[in-house]
Every structure is written in structure tokens, then in C-alpha cells.
Design a binder for this molecule. Structure first.
Ligand code: IPE
Ligand code: IPE
Ligand code: MG
Ligand code: MG
Ligand code: MG
Length: 329
């Protein structure tokens, strides 16, 4: 497989991104893992969320609408993987994953609000506030976040371990993590921020939660400090890669891959990889992010293949011709 090229200022040929296996989420080693844990994740989500009929029904309908709307469930499957690789047994890893998916969903509901990204669609359906109104959407997001922390407080694990998991997650979600990254995202609209600032923002708004899926799963399962450090390093690299792909999808992705029309980031004047670096440099950076993630895969053998495959699934959402450097959109 070719390494990404184009390190110089003007590459003679367009850069290519290493051809990691590009598959549907349901195939390959990641797909097999995902299929194994998926029913348990859905069951845990269903168990944790109040029924729609519970008073007041509007907010519970909105919470369930957004949680069960076709998300890829990458975060809960990663949390379950971290737990499994730590030697954890039982359904605690699935419940942890479900709680992290609730936090992810809260962040997406708020991200779509008119005061944030003002997106009418998510995953091919009306966004939460377009379906239920802004006030209920704000409260549904709040409700999901609080519910997640209740579920974490009730994890079937020794109290000291639960507390470490809780602390890890609050740090990833708070103003040093997701929320801080989102603040900078909003404050950077219409501005030309530096590439370093862009990385800083992406590492927080998206990377922090993805990294934390693996580390909290590991902590819950009693992982060794050495493996935990490797998990964190991979999680950071993968988290950045994930948002680079997300940025590029907004320019290049199909409606199917995006769940809404492309070009929203451009309309909002968002600071993204394509807007700050341009598409060609973004492909070079994407290639580097793929190499970095591949080099930091925390385990060998069949479990390592799950991570390789996940990278392929994520990058494979982008058009193949563009990754190969053969297409000029
Ligand atoms: C989208 O995340 C938001 C980002 C943090 C980039 P995903 O692409 O994982 O969203 P779903 O849950 O699968 O829809
Ligand atoms: C979302 O980033 C990050 C969080 C929700 C924390 P984006 O705004 O790029 O995500 P999409 O593109 O709307 O899914
Ligand atoms: Mg956003
Ligand atoms: Mg958005
Ligand atoms: Mg985006």
C-alpha cells in the first residue's frame, strides 16, 4: 500500500491517502465487533431511556427520536471494545457505551440548534428542534446528558473505579473538552484561524469524547496503565482523523454519507480543514492522520485488525476517487 506523498509545498502529483480497507460498517473485523455488541448497546439504550409515555412525554419522545435515528454507534462500540480489551466481563461495558452515546446525542441536538450550526436535518431526518421545537430540543439535550451521568453513577463496578470513569468522562465533555471545542468552533465562524488552532478545536469538540470511549472502557475493565496510555494515544489520533473526515464529507460526501445536503459548513463560514487548508492540503493532512492512527494501534493480532478496519470504515465514507487523487470535485 502506498504511503501518502506530497510533503513538499507543491506536490508534483496529487497526494493519495493510504488504501486502508474501505468497507461498510457491517463488514470486516470492525463490522464483526460492531455486530457482536450492537444488540446489547441498543438494549442498554432502551433500558436507560425513559419510555415515551413517561411524563412529560414531549421531552422523552424527543430524546428517543434523536437516540434511535440511525447513528453509527461508533462510540459505544469503542467503549465496549476498551472494556473487553481490559478483560472486563458482563454488561458494564455496554452500559458505559450507551451512556456515552447519550452524551454524543446531546451534543448533536445542541450542535444543530439555530444558535449553533442551524441544521434542519440530521441523519436524513428533521433535526430535533425542527421536529419538536427549540425549547424541547434544548431540554432533551440537557435530559440526555444528565441521564448519561446517572447511568454512569449506577454502573455495576466498584465505587472507586466508577469514580475514575466519571471523572474521565466529565473532563472529556466539559469546557476542557467537547464544550470548550464547541465554543471555539462557534467563535471561529467567519474567521481564518491558524491550522494549529483548528487542530486544537477538533481535538476537543470531537476527539475528546472519542478518546474517552476507549480510556473509560479501559478504566472500567481495570486496564493496565501501559495499555491505557496506548489507548489514549490512539484515541487522540483517531479522534482528530474522525473530524478531518467529517469536515471533508461536508464538501465531498454523498447525501447518504452525510444525512443532509453538503456545503453547510461553507454556508456557515465554519473553520474546517477544507476552509483553512484547502482540499489538496487537507488530503495530505488526512493521509498523515491515517498514518498516525495506524502507527498508534494499541494492540496486536486480531484485536488490532478491528482498529485497522475501523480506520478504513471512517475514511471509506469519502469518495474513493478523491482519496486516490484522481478526482477534482
Ligand atoms: C458526528 O459524529 C458528529 C461529530 C462529532 C463529527 P458521527 O459521525 O459519529 O455521528 P452518528 O452518531 O454516526 O450520526
Ligand atoms: C460536531 O461537529 C461536534 C460535536 C457535536 C461535539 P460538527 O458540527 O462538524 O458535526 P456535524 O457535521 O454537524 O455532524
Ligand atoms: Mg458543529
Ligand atoms: Mg454541526
Ligand atoms: Mg461536520
Amino acid at each position: 500500500m502506498p504511503r501518502s506523498s506530497g510533503q513538499g509545498k507543491r506536490p508534483a502529483r496529487p497526494a493519495r491517502v493510504r488504501a486502508v480497507p474501505s468497507r461498510q460498517q457491517s463488514a470486516g473485523a470492525w463490522g464483526a465487533w460492531w455486530q457482536k455488541v450492537s444488540p446489547g448497546i441498543e438494549a442498554a439504550l432502551n433500558d436507560i431511556l425513559p419510555p415515551e409515555s413517561q411524563a412529560p412525554p414531549s421531552v422523552h419522545r424527543a430524546m428517543r427520536y434523536s437516540v434511535f435515528s440511525g447513528g453509527k454507534r461508533i462510540r459505544p462500540a469503542l467503549a465496549a471494545l476498551g472494556f473487553h480489551l481490559a478483560g472486563g466481563r458482563g454488561d458494564a461495558g455496554l452500559r458505559l457505551g450507551a451512556a456515552l452515546e447519550l452524551i454524543h446525542t446531546f451534543s448533536l441536538i445542541h450542535d444543530d440548534l439555530p444558535c449553533m450550526d442551524d441544521d434542519d436535518f440530521r441523519r436524513g431526518r428533521l433535526s430535533c428542534h425542527r421536529k419538536f421545537g427549540e425549547a424541547v430540543a434544548v431540554l432533551a439535550g440537557d435530559g440526555l446528558q444528565v441521564l448519561a451521568f446517572e447511568a454512569l453513577a449506577r454502573l455495576p463496578a466498584p465505587p472507586a473505579r466508577r469514580l475514575r470513569v466519571l471523572t474521565e468522562i466529565t473532563q472529556a465533555v466539559g469546557t476542557a473538552g467537547v464544550i470548550g471545542g464547541q465554543v471555539v468552533d462557534i467563535e471561529s465562524e467567519g474567521k481564518r484561524i491558524s491550522p494549529a488552532r483548528l487542530v486544537w478545536m477538533h481535538e476537543r469538540k470531537t476527539g475528546a469524547l472519542l478518546r474517552c470511549t476507549l480510556t473509560s472502557g479501559g478504566l472500567l475493565g481495570g486496564m493496565s496503565p501501559a495499555l491505557l496510555r496506548r489507548m489514549a494515544a490512539f484515541g487522540s489520533a483517531f479522534g482528530l482523523l474522525f473530524q478531518v473526515v467529517d469536515d471533508l464529507l461536508d464538501e465531498l460526501g454523498s447525501y447518504r454519507a452525510l444525512g443532509r445536503r453538503r456545503g453547510r459548513d461553507r454556508v456557515r463560514g465554519k473553520a474546517t480543514y477544507p476552509s483553512i487548508l484547502g482540499l489538496e492540503k487537507s488530503r495530505v493532512r488526512l493521509g498523515a492522520a491515517v498514518e498516525e492512527s495506524l502507527s498508534l494501534i494499541p494492540v496486536d493480532g486480531p484485536a488490532g485488525e478491528i482498529f485497522v478496519d475501523l480506520i478504513g470504515v471512517v475514511v471509506g465514507r469519502l469518495p474513493g476517487e478523491w482519496l486516490e487523487g484522481n478526482a477534482r470535485p
